[in-house]
Design a protein around this ligand. Structure first.
Ligand code: HEC
Ligand code: HEC
Length: 300
């Protein structure tokens, strides 16, 4: 069988596990011969570490992403920029949809949404050039709650709302203004704001009320233990049982709508636009991209 460049990866696949197993057996033998002292060696190769972990029962093979987490993330393999570049130009890279660079290809806001250029390393690091100008992440830090992480992982709420529903409708503006004014339990909250969370079709046609899915601090039935039916519940935030009341994820930051999860989830569409909200939010490529950012977003 001849191997053209285009099919190299596929045709190489069947032999890979065999080679891997043979390598592992050879390794095990080496380790047995060289004794337990070798296990503590700081200069262990990746394959050595893997063999150690398998023997110590530390390798949990769970779910579809086990190989990515075991072999890449856990061992902090350096992610080359060339892989990130490929992700940005490849359809379906983070779940079904067009490649990112189709819509974000230059810093010119007339030709690229938000003036965001995801086709170059400098462009990715510069972020959006249209006002409000902003970076997508801080190199070296976890981007999960930064703009990049939110756009790849967070579904817009109410879950299932279409990407083309305006983000400046009267109810959304009312919530933004209430948060900006300090998010108080005042007359405005009681007569105008509270009901926005408990009424269907408030944020788009054929959409359930927020309270359909966030009605108490118990999951199930309430997603993320988030209770959007009362003032106290809204201010308490998400996951207060799992993480403890003090460590619950605040979804309202008084005075700061842009930093408030409730507002972010009302206006930020998950990318690529139109992606089904049931698509995996922890797609292996999303995790690899985040690893590249955490490693410092190197352009090499
Ligand atoms: C079909 C076109 C399209 C595709 C494909 C697309 N985007 Fe977007 N993107 C948009 C539009 C439109 C906006 C601006 C409207 C909005 O805020 O939702 C946007 C906004 C963003 C923002 C917010 C920037 C800011 O400053 O607020 C980020 C980040 C982003 N996209 C990343 C991506 C990534 C990563 C991909 C690939 C997975 C991608 N986009 C694919 C159309 C697209
Ligand atoms: C059909 C069910 C459903 C509805 C309706 C719904 N949500 Fe959600 N919500 C979810 C799910 C599922 C998640 C988990 C994260 C995701 O999918 O992005 C979530 C997550 C959230 C989070 C993030 C919590 C965290 O851990 O930080 C916020 C904030 C939120 N929703 C607010 C709202 C608001 C506001 C509304 C109404 C506009 C709403 N949700 C309507 C299902 C729903």
């Amino acid at each position: 069988m001849t191997q053209s460049t285009g099919t190299k990866i596929d045709s190489a696949r069947p032999t890979t596990p065999m080679r891997w197993l043979a390598g592992l057996a050879a390794l095990a033998l080496t380790l047995v011969l060289s004794g337990p002292g070798a296990l503590a060696d700081d200069d262990d190769s990746l394959a050595d570490q893997l063999a150690d972990d398998i023997r110590a029962g530390k390798v949990a093979i769970e779910g579809d992403h086990a190989a990515v987490s075991e072999l890449i993330l856990k061992r902090n393999l350096p992610i080359p920029y060339s892989y990130v570049e490929t992700l940005m130009r490849t359809p379906n890279a983070f779940g079904p949809g067009p490649a990112c660079i189709v819509c974000h290809s230059t810093g010119d806001p007339a030709k690229s949404y938000r003036g965001l250029d995801l086709s170059t390393c400098d462009g990715i690091k510069a972020g959006s050039t249209e006002a409000p100008q902003r970076a997508l992440f801080v190199a070296g830090e976890d981007p999960k709650r930064e703009i990049l992480g939110r756009r790849l992982r967070n579904n817009r709420m109410p879950l299932g709302v279409q990407f083309n529903v305006p983000t400046d409708s009267a109810p959304i503006v009312a919530i933004r203004d209430w948060i900006a004014a300090g998010a108080n339990n005042d007359d405005n909250f009681k007569s105008n704001i509270q009901k926005l969370f408990t009424t269907a079709n408030t944020f788009g046609p054929d959409t359930p009320a927020c309270a359909e899915c966030h009605m108490s601090n118990q999951e199930p039935p309430s997603f993320h233990e988030l209770d959007l039916t009362t003032y106290d519940g809204i201010m308490l935030g998400a996951d207060s049982v799992a993480k403890g009341v003090d460590k619950a994820t605040k979804v309202i930051i008084p005075g700061e709508p842009d930093k408030s999860g409730v507002f972010q989830h009302l206006v930020e569409d998950r990318m690529p636009p139109g992606i089904d909200p049931t698509e995996d939010r922890d797609h292996p490529n999303t995790q690899i991209l985040f690893a590249w950012v955490k490693q410092g977003a190197q352009c090499k």
